[in-house]
Write a protein that binds this ligand. Structure first.
Ligand code: ADP
Ligand code: ADP
Length: 228
């Protein structure tokens, strides 16, 4: 589903964040992206939803080359990729329900179906009863659940998560991981950048380690491999 070939990313200030990266990821995989701070993990991830454009190389996602994708086609790409951030990025003036409904690309769907879909997803993440609350009225873990609900509302084949547990306490982090596992078990590919050694070493998945913009390790059911 994802294939990167000879990808290089040089920022305008001259920093080469990704340097000659090749990778293939199949539909349904769960992939951890690990490595020291400044290694290029965020850049790697941002290129997959076209937040950053590669300077060189090709990034194919389901047959579309992101390096050549026109600006006008970016919204369509984003609709098919769910993104989860460390700091949740919820809209503070909208309720939980509205934050999720807002992300739903409404293509002549009748309001009843929209309501049904949003409530189903909120039920899945365990927050149906908090639909009317504002993000500020929720705990960090609950806010991350809303952000995960938002990321899957358009039933994407791929969910990208950049340090999704980075702002959460250990217990809440495991809850969020269980939710991501459940989404993965339904066939959705998950790519997750993380510094959480405990999680990587306990819930085993493919591990890609990036250092100085290159993949230095790629193992099925791998280990975190760094000090926690
Ligand atoms: P990581 O996520 O592994 O910490 P990043 O991808 O954020 O790594 O950063 C890789 C390198 O690129 C770092 O040297 C960082 O300072 C640099 N970098 C990241 N974003 C930008 C940017 N927008 N402009 C310039 N340099 C950047
Ligand atoms: P994280 O560690 O959570 O990935 P960073 O601190 O690396 O976040 O980056 C925060 C933001 O600042 C990102 O949008 C990144 O692109 C940008 N950034 C990071 N390093 C630089 C840099 N050297 N110059 C300009 N922007 C940067």
């Amino acid at each position: 589903m994802i294939e990167m070939k000879n990808v290089m990313k040089k920022y305008p200030n001259g920093v080469i964040a990704i340097n000659g990266l090749d990778i293939k990821i199949k539909q349904g995989e769960f992939v951890y992206v690990v490595g020291p701070s400044g290694a290029g993990k965020s850049t790697f991830i941002k290129m997959m939803y076209r937040e950053e454009k590669p300077t060189q190389g090709t990034i194919m996602i389901n047959g579309i080359n992101l390096a050549k994708l026109k600006m006008s086609k970016v919204p369509m790409l984003r609709r098919n990729i769910g993104v989860v951030f460390q700091d949740f990025k919820l809209l503070p003036t909208l309720t939980v329900y509205e934050n999720v409904a807002f992300a739903l690309e409404v293509i002549e769907e009748n309001p009843k179906n929209i309501n049904k879909k949003v409530m189903e997803i909120l039920d899945l993440v365990g927050l149906k009863h908090k639909a009317k609350m504002l993000p500020t009225e929720l705990s960090g873990g609950e806010q991350q659940r809303v952000s995960i609900a938002r990321s899957i509302i358009n039933t994407p084949k791929l969910v990208i998560a950049d340090e999704p547990t980075g702002n959460l306490d250990p217990e809440t982090s495991w809850d969020i991981m269980n939710l991501l596992e459940e989404i993965n078990n339904r066939g959705t590919t998950i790519i997750m950048a993380t510094h959480n050694k405990e999680i990587v070493n306990t819930i085993k998945h493919r591990v890609i380690a990036i250092e100085s913009g290159r993949i230095v390790r790629d193992e099925q059911r791998g280990e975190y491999g760094y000090e926690g």
